[in-house]
Ligand binder design. Structure first.
Ligand code: PLP
Length: 393
């Protein structure tokens, strides 16, 4: 029996996903701080316009999170008590919490084995007379199968609200995610492909977004910028009990620069993904992420799955040993039906959604971000390969 080589331990800890910010972002934020307008104003408006133009979206509304975008979208559609919204368990819980927030019932259906995206066949089976919307999540940035989902929506008169927290930039059959009239919510949280620290954008039809804009800011028919600007009227009326979900100009300043840098950052992500796929191609004990031929993947996350039948180590221990080797990793996601609130409220067992549960038990996310150097990635690859070798069954 050969003795394994010494563990390839990094000198310093490799963080899972630090933000990729430069002096340019810093200068733009300082410019905002030195201006007379620090909250929602000219830069937030410009960020909406440039983001919308980048995706060729019908219109865009800047908000303080993706969660806000999803919540406002459901509220603007008038979805509420008595309604059902079909969604996926393989997501961050925010996608499902917002359904509860409007008083509707989330209906969780299982995912496809390769992409771990919501399975259109399961969606079809879950449709009832109470279904009002489908809320698919482009998990890790791989677009969901929009054509069959859109066909079901048309057939049953349902809305489609897309959670595109991971999907910037991504496309499905040549169409950018966010370019359709579906309300589509993006996240600019600190770890995302484009960050404003916290922030989000809702894209969709201009008329729909006009209503969403009002609901996103107290239900006022005139936002602060337009009230306090020179020559503006002080008068406003409240037409709905809205929320406080606006994005500040300080955040928009970050977004404007990040958007200009996005294509370059994506090229780096894709190069890192190609290197991972190449390095792990021969590793039988890993299930690697896929990119279907008709999509462009945003590669927000690189999720691998361990084949427990070929390994003597389980996922949790694998993560601990990676941490020992100074490699940060994470799990995306704990399926929603395992969280006590959803488990108890809807009486769900892990095996009710076997694909999501099985994937969860085997999965971990490796570091993937535009700041990673080749050496950082070599360290991750060496650590993963080492653990696979020493724990081979
Ligand atoms: C799939 C998904 N949806 C929604 C969200 C919520 O995004 P935000 O933090 O911008 O509200 C996240 C955040 O990580 C997410 O991963």
């Amino acid at each position: 029996m050969s003795i394994p080589a010494a563990p390839p331990k990094r000198e310093s800890f490799l963080a899972f996903s630090p933000p990729a910010l430069t002096e340019e972002e810093i200068a733009e934020v300082v410019d905002t701080l030195r201006s007379d307008w620090i909250t929602t104003g000219p830069k937030a408006r410009r960020f909406e316009q440039e983001f919308g133009a980048y995706l060729q979206a019908p219109a865009a509304l800047a908000l303080n999170s993706c969660t806000a975008g999803l919540h406002v979208a459901l509220a603007t559609l008038g979805i509420g008590p008595g309604d059902e919204v079909i969604t996926t368990p393989m997501t961050f819980v925010a996608s499902v919490n917002v359904i509860e927030h409007v008083g509707a019932r989330p209906v969780l259906v299982d995912v496809e084995p390769d992409t771990l995206n919501i399975d259109p066949l399961q969606v079809e089976r879950a449709i009832t007379p109470r279904t009002r919307a489908i809320l698919p999540v482009h998990f890790t940035g791989h677009p969901v199968e929009l054509d069959p989902i859109q066909a079901l929506a048309a057939q049953h008169s349902l809305h489609v609200v897309e959670d595109a927290a991971h999907a910037l930039p991504a496309s499905y059959r040549g169409r950018a995610i966010g370019s359709s009239s579906n309300p589509t919510a993006f996240s600019f949280y600190a770890t995302k492909n484009l960050t404003t620290a916290e922030g989000g954008m809702l894209t969709g039809d201009p008329e729909f977004l006009d209503r969403a804009r009002v609901i996103s800011l107290h239900g006022m028919n005139r936002d602060a910028w337009r009230r306090y600007d020179r020559g503006a009227s002080w008068f406003y009326e409240v037409t709905a009990p809205g929320f406080k979900y606006n994005l500040t100009d300080i955040q928009a300043a970050l977004g404007l620069v990040q958007l200009r840098r996005l294509d370059g950052m994506q090229a780096r992500r894709r190069a890192l993904v190609a290197r991972y796929l190449d390095a792990f191609a021969g590793e039988e004990a890993l299930v690697l992420p896929v990119e279907r031929a008709h999509v462009e993947h945003a590669w927000h996350l690189f999720v691998i799955r361990l084949r427990h039948d070929l390994l003597t180590i389980e996922r949790n221990q694998f993560i601990e040993e990676l941490t020992e080797l100074n490699i940060g990793s994470s799990v995306h996601f704990i399926p929603v039906h395992l969280h006590p609130y959803y488990r108890d409220r809807y009486q769900m067992a892990p095996q009710d959604l076997p694909m999501a549960h099985g994937a969860y038990e085997a999965m971990l996310s490796l570091p993937l971000n535009a700041r990673m150097s080749d050496t950082d990635q070599e360290d991750v690859i060496a650590a993963v390969q080492y653990l696979l070798r020493v724990h081979r069954r």
